[in-house]
Design a protein around this ligand. Structure first.
Ligand code: GLU
Length: 319
């Protein structure tokens, strides 16, 4: 029976094949939902079209199925909040943007990233301070926008606090850490921060489980959700799988894709068992199915785990 309250999700981008790091995060997100008897949604994040690779969605879904993950709602099965591809949900993002505009929270920005960097001398990703907001803005700028403007949020000076299930208490004042961040880019693409916040809100997600590389985005998303009238969600940011250089696995590291493991003859039980061991859920890396793993789900072992793993040992752990 489903716990109606809990609703988790996994939201892959299609900029490369599913690699072991994302697969491990997907397993954690899925176990978190199933352990609580909750619902699980797959949402495809394909807004960044130039970087989205065709055919990648089916590969992702096949790889997730191979892992033993199933979902109640998703691009292939539909659901109450369909469609589950961000490229088909543009009306939702526009409606939320309109709402923020009616709350006078937006402004048009003609500066490029380079301009902002030069004006603020911050590297590599500049903070956009409130004093760079344009002073003379046409009253119709939103209804009749110039081309080549970025729509930014007038970020309020407010501290956002949340308790991450893995990383513990977090505090961030977005106005000083990132400043006025973009909601719609100059090429017309809605930003990741806006699209993810709107989707998590509109899809009634109750807990977001994703990689630790995104923990910094959470305050921005909680702020947007709050401005849009939503309630805060729960968050858990899973340690990343790192390569032997201690860096995040890149989508280009093809040896670390689920496809490569499958081709090398690794079974899903071997992979799942190895991942479960790296998460501190089972005492040794013995094969186990995703379904059997649900009972071992917990957050506490993960918080003690060092956030590095030599992923190369996966294909041949004894080498
Ligand atoms: N699409 C992001 C990724 O593939 C995840 C975004 C999220 O979970 O909020 O890394």
């Amino acid at each position: 029976m489903h716990n109606k309250e809990y609703h988790g999700r996994f939201a892959p981008s299609l900029t490369g094949p599913l690699h072991v790091g994302s697969a491990r995060t997907a397993l954690v997100a899925w176990c978190a939902a199933r352990h609580r008897g909750g619902r699980f949604t797959i949402r495809i994040e394909d807004l960044d079209e130039p970087r989205t690779i065709s055919g990648m969605m089916d590969r992702h879904l096949n790889d997730l199925r191979w892992l033993g993950i199933d979902w109640d709602h998703g691009p292939d099965v539909g659901g109450p909040h369909a469609p589950y591809l961000q490229s088909l949900r543009l009306n939702d993002y526009q409606t939320s943007l309109d709402q923020l505009h009616s709350q006078r929270m937006l402004f048009p920005c003609i500066l490029s990233r380079k301009d902002v960097r030069e004006l603020t001398s911050k590297e590599p990703s500049p903070i956009y301070p409130a004093h760079l907001r344009p002073v003379n803005v046409s009253p119709n700028w939103y209804e009749e926008p110039q081309s080549d403007i970025t729509i930014r949020l007038k970020t309020p000076n407010r501290q956002i606090d949340f308790v991450d299930a893995i990383c513990g208490p977090q505090h961030q004042n977005v106005s000083t850490t990132v400043g006025d961040f973009p909601l719609k880019r100059r090429d017309g693409v809605y930003s990741y921060q806006l699209a993810t916040s709107v989707d998590d809100l509109n899809m009634e997600i109750t807990e977001v489980v994703r990689g630790q590389d995104l923990i910094d985005s959470t305050a921005r998303q909680l702020l947007l959700i709050d401005l849009l009238g939503g309630l805060g969600l729960n968050y858990a940011h899973v340690p990343l799988v790192l390569n032997s250089d201690g860096k995040k696995l890149s989508k280009r590291e093809s040896s670390m894709t689920i496809g490569a493991l499958r081709n090398a003859g690794v079974t899903s039980e071997v992979f799942v068992g190895y991942m479960a061991w790296t998460l501190g859920w089972i005492p040794s890396p013995l094969p186990i199915s995703a379904k059997e793993l649900i009972q071992f789900f917990n957050w506490s072992s993960m918080s003690h785990l060092p956030d590095w793993i030599l992923a190369q040992t996966l294909i041949n752990p004894k080498a």
